[in-house]
Write a protein that binds this ligand. Structure first.
Ligand code: AMP
Ligand code: AMP
Length: 361
């Protein structure tokens, strides 16, 4: 695993007046690049040819590096080029979707914003659950085997991309029937049965608060809240119930976009405390804890209980709803603050205080 000493040596060689903010061209990169430009940084985008149109249409990128595949980021030549450009990478969902945790922790010799050690806690469902439970959060119950299913559950694949391959079941018979159907449709394979995660389904609405943990200010801020727009589950209500039964549809959860939300104000104190506690626990597990953005994926039930079913210890694409201004960023900073800009602001503060090495790994 690449540690702070190796990355520290690279950072020492960087020209602190010419730090460039770089990321893969996808997910939340427009958000990140806009923030970086507004705070006066140069930007470097590693993207696929077919996506380059985005960075030609929006004038946010100073250096466009075209790759065939995001795994080229592991290529030593490309890494050397990024180091020469004084790049610090901002990881987002496409890093974890297209590169393995091991590749990110062991083969990426370019400074990255955040705490690399935490990637391991996040990648494994069991350790992630331990982290969240120890932070005092409420989690939906986990069931060991399909034979234990005695209530409505959601079956999840390890590392599923955007909920693809998830399904609901309320008995073991029903579970196997649906599992086999998903295999037939090519959405799962028989081997998935070994690593499928069975979680109690929390009936309620989805709420995804995004936080920013500032190492420089020693504070956790809550900057925006979103919910997702998912296909096909969000379209099922358009079909009359009798036809739903006849065509026997399986809801799937492929994310296609996000909506901003503001929460009932009496829910906010707990949302704030949850963010603080998750960071505090992370500081014990892997100092200095979470560096920068993170998001809790929650369901709020009708008795106003907040269940957390996942954490992303990095910027989530839901923060794109706040590009420009989100209500919660506005409350703290006034207009024109959002996750991409908040990240760049942290870099500016760190450089000013000669603490850049404290926010990269
Ligand atoms: P992509 O580069 O679009 O394939 O996204 C990489 C990962 O981030 C995938 O696992 C997506 O499911 C997730 N992702 C992308 N966009 C969003 C979004 N708007 N909201 C939530 N997750 C997203
Ligand atoms: P994910 O890709 O893990 O963010 O989840 C995809 C979808 O599954 C989201 O719409 C979540 O609301 C839903 N989901 C995941 N876990 C649960 C749960 N335990 N209870 C209710 N809904 C869940």
């Amino acid at each position: 695993m690449i540690g702070s000493p190796e990355i520290g040596k690279i950072i020492e060689k960087y020209d602190q007046n010419k730090i460039a903010i770089g990321t893969l061209g996808s997910h939340s990169s427009l958000n990140i690049f806009k923030g970086a430009k507004e705070e006066g940084f140069r930007t470097v985008c590693i993207c696929k040819e077919k996506d380059a149109i985005m960075y030609q249409k929006y004038p946010l990128v100073d250096e466009l590096i075209i790759v065939k595949d995001f795994t080229e980021l592991l290529n030593e030549k490309l890494q050397e080029r990024l180091r020469k450009l004084n790049v610090v990478l901002i990881p987002h969902g496409s890093f974890t979707a297209y590169l393995s945790t091991e590749e990110l922790t062991d083969s990426l010799m370019v400074p990255m914003f955040g705490n690399r050690q935490l990637l391991k806690w996040e990648a494994n469902r069991k350790s992630q659950e331990d982290w969240l439970r120890q932070a005092g959060l409420k989690l939906p119950a986990t069931l060991k085997t399909p034979e234990d299913i005695d209530r409505l559950i959601i079956a999840k694949l390890q590392g599923a991309k955007g909920g693809r391959g998830y399904f609901l079941a309320n008995s073991s018979e029903n579970f196997y029937k649906q599992f086999n159907e998903m295999v037939k449709r090519g959405m799962l394979t028989q081997d998935d049965l070994l690593c499928i995660h069975l979680q109690e389904y929390a009936l309620g609405v989805n709420v995804y608060p995004s936080y920013f943990s500032s190492i420089i200010n020693d504070d956790v801020e809550m900057l925006c809240i979103d919910r997702r727009y998912e296909s096909a589950v969000d379209s099922i209500g358009k079909i009359p119930a009798c036809q739903q039964l006849e065509i026997d549809i399986n809801p799937t959860y492929t994310v296609v976009g996000n909506f901003p939300i503001v929460l009932r104000e009496s829910l906010l104190p707990e949302i704030m405390r949850m963010g603080e506690n998750v960071h505090k626990k992370a500081r014990e597990l892997s100092p200095p804890g979470i560096i920068g953005p993170f998001c809790l994926e929650t369901v709020i039930t009708d008795d106003l209980k907040i269940f957390t079913f996942e954490i992303s210890a990095r910027i989530v694409a839901g923060t794109n709803v706040g590009i420009g201004t989100s209500p919660y960023a506005y409350l703290k900073y006034g207009a024109n603050m959002y996750m991409g800009r908040r990240i760049a602001m942290e870099f500016k503060d760190a450089i000013k205080k000669k603490r850049l090495q404290d926010i990269v790994a």
